[in-house]
Design a protein around this ligand. Sequence first.
Ligand code: ADP
Length: 880
Amino acid sequence: MSSVSPIQIPRRLPLLLTNEGVLLPGSTMRTSVDSARNLQLVRSRLLKGTSLQSTILGVIPNTPDPASDAQDLPPLHRIGTAALAVQVVGSNWPKPHYTLLITGLCRFQIVQVLKEKPYPVAEVEQLDRLEEFPNTCKTREELGELSEQFYKYAVQLVEMLDMSVPAVAKLRRLLDSLPREALPDILTSIIRTSNKEKLQILDAVSLEERFKMTIPLLVRQIEGLKLLQKTRKHKQDDDKRVIAIRPIRRITHIPGALEDDDEDEDNDDIVMLERKIRTSSMPEQAHKVCVKEIKRLKKMPQSMPEYALTRNYLELMVELPWNKSTTDRLDIRAARILLDNDHYAMEKLKKRVLEYLAVRQLKNNLKGPILCFVGPPGVGKTSVGRSVAKTLGREFHRIALGGVCDQSDIRGHRRTYVGSMPGRIINGLKTVGVNNPVFLLDEVDKLGKSLQGDPAAALLEVLDPEQNHNFTDHYLNVAFDLSQVLFIATANTTATIPPALLDRMEIIQVPGYTQEEKIEIAHRHLIPKQLEQHGLTPQQIQIPQVTTLDIITRYTREAGVRSLDRKFGAICRAVAVKVAEGQHKEAKLDHSDVAEGEGFWLQGLSNIFLSSNWKYRDQQKGGLIGCREHILEDAKPESISDTPPDLALPPEMPILIDFHALKDILGPPMYEMEVSERLSQPGVAIGLAWTPLGGEIMFVEASRMDGEGQLTLTGQLGDVMKESAHLAISWLRSNAKKYHLTNASGSFDLLDNTDIHLHFPAGAVTKDGPSAGVTIVTCLASLFSGRLVRSDVAMTGEITLRGLVLPVGGIKDKALAAHRAGLKRVIIPQRNEKDLEEIPGNVRQDLSFVTASCLDEVLNAAFDGGFTVNTRPGLLNSKL
Ligand code: ADP
């Protein structure tokens, strides 16, 4: 084709520099484009025009394109192939990248490079032209012989292959229909040859030379095929097809022929893969599938996209731990010690986990329930899961399910899809390499649903002990036994877990921590862990308990300890900088007068060290950097702090983190106690809400204005909450006389000429649920009576139209929230009295719980001196 090509290529060609393969005239190749010059070329020559056909490129092989166009053009290979781009595929993300499908037309030679930027353009001379071949009789004859010989070998090679394969039959037909001159190029690109060999063929401009060079390559291929056929003869005849176009191993060593390690490696890989399949302990069904696939793989040319797919599949199959497991070491006493060592508090959770493990010890049967830890973030759910794996001596793997809305995330894609992958379960098994790990299914409550199916339904199959012994991932398409895997799920709330899934799990509530528990956790676990992570020692940094309490109350507001942990991280980083700086400074203070013992770090002492020096520096430098100096200097004894500190001196160790240092590192406190301020007007009451993130206190505000008796509700409320508000108003209206509640004009009809507005901050957070009922009543009672609600009381409870108070959930979390906020009295429904047992002793001591069965009792407990009528009638008018 090339030599008889009637194509006349332009005299100037844009050059595409390639380094991967060698494009020969008459063959087609895919090449990726990601360097600056090549990208420019594709953009301006291929993507801008209307038709790809209109541009002929000069493909220069074996020439790496420099990464940036600022660099000089490397020396170009002398001969290239003029090519047509047949297809351009590409994307701009994450970085620009194109793949070109190019077909070679004819050889050319660079005469002169005309320009280098933005992409090289060269003046070229076309090399493959019919009339250019020598015309004398002798050469023609010689060439005739050569070409005849070449043709013979080519036919022999093709006939050794299986003609029933359509590609082989087509090749046979091509041999006859193509001009002989085109055959060397075409066959070289089809048979197994290395890049260097192809390059030599490209450089062989004379046809005679080209024939001469290609014949040994053909012979080599034929010999390889022969040997292969011999070795396979005793096997099924069928294997003839397997030989495909390339030999499995190079047999003859042709002088001048170059070694091609890559391809040998590929073949080795397949042999290895086959061996692995044979020796692997996979079940029979899986084994059968693998054998079938590897047969298919051998028949496929490597360039076929399916080749890589099948190979990946087989690699996964042999890597999967079909029969590999770890041995459980179950010692309940050791487990208890380990759980206690790793986690402070959370008694209920630890107890249940130990029970679970004990049952496993007695009966080695995993068909038990799946444990699901439910609680706010940062309370240690994941970390307990990890400890369980540790106690059992099993591998641990976490699967984050938050936001997963495609069932193929769990169950994999069918292999027919492009980019198909196994699901997360099978992937996890491959990662851990054993079939009995502990899988932590994190955030099961945040599974989504979409058009791609319901991942929760797919999880059912995984979690159901009756079904999971033959879980079939779509990608694997054979069953895998999951019954040895120990699944533990975590969630923030059970409300959004699909009921069918919930049914398969045993819920263990993990409530938030009290301040005291947090302090203990911080000092036993979080601080030592952070110090270790930052390479610090207790001799270098000290964080007293008061500081921890300060961080808990003023820098974090959470049920768990995650932000607290992060704050310690921030402190450690700040200190680490100072310590590292100090290590480089040669001048060291005499430490002899600084006590190293713990007594030195008493909080009292640290306050003494907060000398004027601190403030002086604060004004001088300000900001975090300046402040860090203070933290460090702060640890010095008084005598040192009197003199202006020398920044060149290394910091005194250990560095004490006290209130001022805290402010410098973490900034001003984020949360202040605002409760009493906000309750300084009538029409405000504090409710207690439960959220997936733990308990929260919630202010309810009401105001009234002239109007037509309308009720406005703001703060993103759900339907149930809106109904509670209507109920509250109705109850107050019907009891207005009893409590002597009046509107602005003194009428007992509260809505007469009056509009009411109720607001629930924070406005951006959606709220719903019936438990705000009592708070709304109290807030409105305060508004219409003009009396202030006690500033230290919070409440929760559902109401009925007749004024009864019904029980609600989440009492423990709500009580902890009230305690965190520094409140003193909590009003709860009487029927929730039993929940008080769960509340930690110290919280119960600090809070006084009032149980109420009707709204009368709520109001009496919420207002100073009770809320009965007519006791202080004068007060009403004076406040209004
Ligand atoms: P969750 O999974 O509940 O969101 P994590 O398990 O990730 O929370 O816990 C966050 C961090 O808090 C972890 O570093 C964990 O070790 C620590 N932590 C939480 N609770 C405790 C506890 N009771 N004792 C010790 N460390 C804890």
